[in-house]
Ligand binder design. Structure first.
Ligand code: ATP
Length: 366
């Protein structure tokens, strides 16, 4: 794991944002608190309408919180208008000036700040090099491709050396291949400039690939903040487990729980170890989450956590998905890597046992 600096670039403290009036009033952000560290690639991930853009707009200063505070390096930024904040935004639509050249677009923010001509020229050259667009400096932005426009938008936003760059779904207009390329490019730019990036997406794969940490949002709240590993392997609540990748949910009873480790009894009667999120103290009936690739199917035997029958087998080249119906009626998906000489040898309707690896079951918070 890379070592993380612990200085906070942005602190969002108890921020709420209400829209509408009277009965129609609702909270686009509902008492949100989160700290974003300096030099971090931080992602706000959640479904459409969960409040991601609203939070970015408050940080940028395009709108004001109804309640709460936003601090930039410890200073409350409420009194600062957007152009006085050391924060810049890259929009989904790029918002480039079509009648200007690539170079003029990149120079724009610096000219607004009244920087000397020589400094602007040097900075534009540096930015063109950073985004690998030197050859297209004098081309109008209406005459370059979508991917190239994206690079210009990034260069324009980075040129005034903001402390924080806000990126609102900047890759969503690109086709799949270009999007993959730009994901790598964005990571490189963040690494080379050392600027804190706050990236908004509703694409869980994109969030897992790019981020140092992810905040998963739903209905105006942040449900969990953590590294991609935390979010994928240690989801705290059902929404996070469900939103990120494929997941199995199992019922269990807690036998004992201490120090983040528990023993739980499955409906099969089998007892297995499980982890649980810090700050919770599970007891009684709980829901467990197990990722499909952390379980395997085998001939039923004394070590099987559950027994069931295969309802469907989906061969996917490197992997096979087994859709199993457990004896207690719960559906359960196993994703198993195929061996070199073919598939895994279990067929539809066959009875199988489910086996778990070590530490793969996580107890969800209520
Ligand atoms: P998307 O991924 O679709 O952009 P989002 O997570 O960014 O969604 P927001 O744009 O932050 O969501 O919107 C959160 C909620 O607030 C939505 O229900 C939206 O309709 C509402 N909303 C946003 N701006 C306003 C506004 N100016 N007036 C009224 N409602 C608004």
């Amino acid at each position: 794991m890379p070592e993380m600096p612990d200085k906070n670039a942005i602190e969002v403290r108890d921020v709420s944002k209400l829209f509408g009036t009277g009965d129609a009033q609702f909270a686009a952000l509902d008492n949100v608190s989160v700290s974003i560290r300096e030099n971090e690639f931080f992602t706000l991930l959640g479904p459409s309408g969960c409040g991601k853009t609203t939070l970015l707009r408050l940080i940028a200063g395009f709108d004001y919180p109804t309640d709460g505070q936003i601090l930039l390096y410890g200073q409350d930024i409420a009194p600062l208008p957007p152009f006085k904040r050391p924060v810049n935004t890259v929009f989904q639509s790029y918002a480039l000036f079509p009648h200007m050249t690539v170079g003029q677009n990149i120079a724009f923010g610096l000219e607004m700040l009244g920087k000397p001509k020589a400094e602007i020229e040097a900075r534009v050259a540096e930015m063109l090099k950073l985004v690998r667009m030197e050859a297209l400096k004098d081309r109008k932005t209406s005459q370059i491709s979508g991917g190239q426009q994206q690079r210009v938008a990034l260069a324009r936003a980075l040129a005034p050396q903001p402390k924080v760059l806000l990126l609102d779904e900047p890759l969503s207009a690109l086709d799949y291949k270009l999007r993959k390329e730009m994901q790598i490019e964005l990571k490189r730019l963040q690494h080379e400039t050392g600027i804190t990036f706050i990236f908004v997406t509703h694409d869980q794969e994109e969030a897992l690939t790019m981020s140092d940490r992810i905040a998963v949002m739903s209905a105006g709240k942040i449900l969990q903040v953590g590294s991609p590993w935390d979010i994928y392997d240690r989801p705290a609540v059902r929404f996070v487990a469900d939103f990120i990748g494929e997941t199995n949910f199992l019922h269990a009873d807690v036998v004992s729980a201490n120090d983040g480790r528990a023993t739980v009894r499955l409906s099969s009667g089998k007892e297995i170890p499980a982890t649980f999120p810090s700050g919770s103290s599970p007891q009684g009936k709980v829901t467990l989450v197990v990722r499909p690739e952390h379980a395997r199917v085998a001939a039923p035997n004394g070590t099987s956590a559950h027994v069931g029958h295969i309802e469907n087998v989906v061969y996917l080249g490197t992997d096979t998905h087994f859709h199993v119906r457990l004896d207690d009626g719960t559906p359960f998906i196993v994703r198993q890597q195929n061996s070199r000489n073919g598939h895994n040898g279990f067929a539809k309707a066959e009875r199988v046992g489910i086996e778990f690896g070590q530490d793969v079951a996580q107890i969800l918070k209520d």
